[in-house]
Design a protein around this ligand. Structure first.
Ligand SMILES: Cc1cc2nc3c(=O)[nH]c(=O)nc-3n(C[C@H](O)[C@H](O)[C@H](O)COP(=O)(O)OP(=O)(O)OC[C@H]3O[C@@H](n4cnc5c(N)ncnc54)[C@H](O)[C@@H]3O)c2cc1C
Ligand code: SF4
Length: 340
């Protein structure tokens, strides 16, 4: 049986107290929310904090406020179950509720939080193993070793960004609020993730994720498609988040005028195939200024396929995952191609 190492457990009730404890703990401190990622990692000796600081009892981190008109603010400690069941999120941000619903299992969603999901450790077949297994291969760059078994010539870790909500947040233009004893800052989800399996966040370890801000609905809609082996539960080995903003124009016809819809802006973001989410600019460009019809959806899907370069370090054969990028982008965009 894998056991947790010994650690001190602290339960602050305010943001100021949480960040103060963290500042006092130095590099040995780590925040925990539901613990569905951190505790298994500690059992596998991948992460070994001496002080674990729970963020579950800070009221500000447990609230959801606002709606689609004003934009919504979701506290980092809100559980995935609460997101899946929240009436305003379901009504105004169905893509967020849908992506959350695809995460792990009902029991894990009762524990797991949106914040923990957005900060999820990157994953790799050579890393998500117990200590003895990793010791057997002399470890790897990400923890305790000095070689990458996926790309032995590489000085970079290619462990995969494996959260379902990350590509969605990047696609819809969410912002994150971070706090530390040095103050607060807001950062765009799009600029928050590094293309590096070890240093995968642009967040200092002492920074607390306070909340997630979803933009107001101003004519955009979004969808998410997830590839995984088991429909019941599994991490994504490809996630496609599609976001479009549509504009409608009057055009003159022989008999009067007609209304035409065109894509004003678009983003296609891939998760589960690289250390960071990938915004495929060419796929967005294939849609902008065009009607969302079969031809342009095909062109965007082809652009996503060309740019996708999955590695051989998660489930399924990488070439097949690359092929599936085309198919899953098609599905994500077809879901958005509803009549206005
Ligand atoms: C069997 C299994 C299946 C899973 N399937 C999926 C899946 O399909 N899709 C998916 O996306 N995930 C999956 N997960 C991963 C995980 O359950 C979820 O991502 C969950 O949302 C993590 O949230 P948590 O609150 O438990 O995170 P924790 O384990 O509490 O924390 C995760 C990380 O975030 C940090 N952290 C948490 N909150 C804060 C904060 N407010 N400020 C700063 N740092 C913070 C922690 O220090 C840690 O580094 C699965 C996990 C398991 C065990
Ligand atoms: S990508 Fe390489 S360095 Fe990173 S976890 Fe996998 S084997 Fe280790």
């Amino acid at each position: 049986m894998m056991r947790l190492p010994k650690f001190d457990y602290r339960v602050p009730r305010e943001i100021a107290e949480a960040v103060k404890i963290m500042a006092g703990s130095g590099p040995e401190g780590q925040f925990v929310a539901g613990g569905t990622d951190l505790y298994p990692n500690m059992k596998r000796r991948q992460q070994m904090p001496r002080t674990v600081i729970s963020v579950m009892r800070v009221p500000e981190l447990n609230q959801i406020t606002g709606d689609g008109k004003s934009g919504i603010r979701i506290g980092a400690s809100v559980t995935l179950t609460d997101i899946v069941e929240h009436p305003v999120i379901n009504r105004d941000y169905p893509v967020v509720a849908h992506a959350a619903r695809t995460i792990s299992t009902p029991i894990l969603r009762n524990m797991g939080t949106i914040g923990g999901n957005l900060l999820l450790d990157t994953r790799c077949n050579y890393y998500d193993q117990n200590y003895e297994w990793r010791k057997g291969v002399n470890f790897c760059l990400k923890k305790d070793g000095d070689v990458c078994w996926v790309a032995p010539g590489s000085s970079k870790c290619w462990a995969v960004q494996s959260s379902d909500l990350v590509p969605v947040m990047v696609a819809i233009g969410a912002k994150f609020r971070l706090a530390s004893t040095l103050g607060e800052r807001m950062i765009d989800a799009a600029g928050f993730y590094n293309d590096d399996g070890i240093d995968y966040l642009k967040k200092r370890p002492d920074e607390l994720l306070v909340d997630i801000h979803l933009p107001a609905l101003n004519g955009w809609r979004a969808s998410y498609q997830k590839l995984r082996r088991r429909g019941a539960f599994d991490f994504p080995v490809l996630g496609v988040a599609a976001w479009i903003q549509v504009e409608r124009n009057e055009i003159r016809t022989g008999s009067g005028s007609d209304r035409v819809s065109r894509v004003k802006d678009a983003r296609i973001v891939l998760g589960g195939i690289a250390p960071s989410p990938l915004n495929i600019a060419e796929a967005g460009a294939a849609l902008i200024g065009q009607p969302l019809d079969d031809d342009h959806i095909q062109a965007a899907a082809e652009a996503a396929y060309v740019k996708a370069r999955p590695l051989d370090n998660t489930d399924f054969v990488m070439n097949w995952r690359k092929q599936m990028t085309r198919q899953y982008t098609l599905r994500a965009l077809q879901e958005l191609a509803v009549p206005d």
